[in-house]
Design a protein around this ligand. Structure first.
Ligand SMILES: NC(=O)c1ccc[n+]([C@@H]2O[C@H](COP(=O)([O-])OP(=O)(O)OC[C@H]3O[C@@H](n4cnc5c(N)ncnc54)[C@H](O)[C@@H]3O)[C@@H](O)[C@H]2O)c1
Length: 406
């Protein structure tokens, strides 16, 4: 019978198969050993994709200790399997603070954060370790807010690479990853046929744009609602209907909020919606669809399917998915491994850059060379070749060395 460790190993191998960019970095790291002897502390989701990143860093000579950035986001079988190869502290919600502290006791010289927990704890509890560090990487907007606040106070003592803001991360994570998985979550929860439906996307930022694109690909008519005139104009020029949410409320069959802003859909919208309209949120927090307005205006509420609640308003009903929580995590599986391949390739190369380069304390953008390398490796994995500037073209553009396709 397969043990928990066997199941974890199988998941890691499956993820590895979807992560060719990280695999090619791992092969180079194994040859070049850029991280030889470096202790890396990682505070990330404990998943099969993270295990592939850990293996990559270890192939480059690092010793990695891992704890969970979200104590509820631990794949137990992966944690068991990975602990045979590296140091894993994944005791769950009750042990979370101890797990973070345990990583710090190993005095990491590079940190990989998903919310600035390790770097935050180093600054508050172990400032003695900061002087010996190469620096850290940060994967989230929230973490960067914390680190930039430290920087503004003059207290950030190490360099941090803002992986979250890389162009490749934005494109893959937000547009392609969330674009697909948000619709996957809606379809899994409802089994709706989206072709022929009117899908209203509220918010046409990095993520909303991906959602709108994929909804159109399913055959839906897409309406975009925005408050930013430039983004609204882009949506219009990209072929979508654009109108205020109050107008869209009467037309939509499926509504998807993806703004990061509270109460984007509220009582006045619910009153205009058609019978049977479906409400889903793809923003980070469950604040974009006003649950208070839904509950206070509905005459009755009941669960009709797992993750689908029916709110009755007189002779009409609206269906709320996943209680308004982020639908691709609640009803599907979040980002595919192929998306995490790009995010974690940026992490691995940023880690290498911190170790081999000289960086001043402060928050830094991901170097353009890393973005290009990750994109080139992904193209190679897709077996796509591209052109290279001729020397004359490069001279014309006054580049000292022409960028390479791959
Ligand atoms: N579900 C996922 O996997 C996933 C992935 C990435 C980001 N997110 C979340 O999605 C949200 C948006 O992220 P983003 O990176 O696209 O941000 P963004 O800032 O690029 O885009 C948000 C857009 O919403 C618009 N907006 C704000 N208020 C609005 C309103 N009342 N009505 C209509 N439009 C409005 C803004 O003008 C902006 O264009 C955030 O909460 C983010 O954390 C979720």
């Amino acid at each position: 019978m397969a043990t928990s460790s066997d199941r974890g190993l199988a998941r890691i191998e499956w993820a590895d198969g979807q992560m060719p960019v990280l695999r090619s970095i791992r092969e180079r790291f194994a040859r070049e050993q850029p991280l030889a002897g470096v202790g890396v502390g990682a505070c990330l989701h404990v998943t099969s994709e993270t295990a592939v990143l850990v293996r990559t860093l270890q192939a480059g000579g690092a010793s990695v200790s891992l704890c969970a950035s979200n104590p509820f986001a631990i794949q137990e079988d992966v944690a068991v399997a990975l602990s045979a190869e590296s140091t894993v502290f994944a005791g769950g919600p009750d042990a979370w603070a101890d797990d973070v502290a345990s990583v710090l006791t190993l005095a990491p010289r590079v940190t990989l954060d998903d919310g600035a927990d390790l770097l935050g704890a180093l600054h508050s509890a172990r400032p003695d370790l900061l002087a010996g560090m190469h620096g850290g990487t940060e994967e989230t907007t929230t973490g960067l807010l914390r680190l930039r606040a430290l920087e503004a106070e003059g207290a950030l003592a190490v360099p941090v690479i803002a992986v979250n803001e890389a162009r490749a991360e934005r494109a893959f994570n937000d547009r392609f990853g969330a674009g697909q998985s948000v619709l996957d979550g809606i379809v899994r929860a409802t089994n709706l046929l989206l072709a022929g439906q009117t899908v209203v996307v509220l918010g046409y930022g990095w993520t909303g744009r991906g959602v709108a694109l994929r909804a159109a690909g399913f055959g839906a008519s897409v309406i975009v609602c925005e408050v930013d005139p430039l983004r609204a104009l882009e949506a219009r020029m990209e072929g979508f209907a654009v109108m205020p949410a109050l107008e869209a409320a009467a037309r939509g069959d499926v509504f998807i909020t993806v703004t990061g802003v509270p109460d984007v859909l509220r009582g006045e919208h619910f009153y205009r919606m058609k019978d049977g309209a479906v409400l889903a949120n793809a923003g980070q927090f469950d604040v974009e669809i006003s649950l208070a307005d839904l509950r206070s205006s509905a005459s009755s509420v009941r669960e009709v399917l797992p993750l689908v609640e029916r709110f009755e308003f007189g002779d009409r009903a609206l269906y709320l998915l996943a209680g308004g929580r982020v639908v691709n995590l609640a009803a599907a599986e979040g980002h595919p491994a192929a998306v995490m391949d790009v995010s974690f390739a940026l992490q691995a190369l940023a880690c290498e850059a911190l170790v081999v380069g000289a960086w001043a304390p402060g928050v830094h953008a991901v170097p353009d060379a890393i973005e290009r390398e990750v994109a080139a490796l992904k193209l190679a994995a897709l077996d796509v070749d591209i052109d290279v500037l001729t020397d004359a073209q490069a001279d014309y553009l006054s580049l000292t060395s022409p960028p390479r396709g791959r």
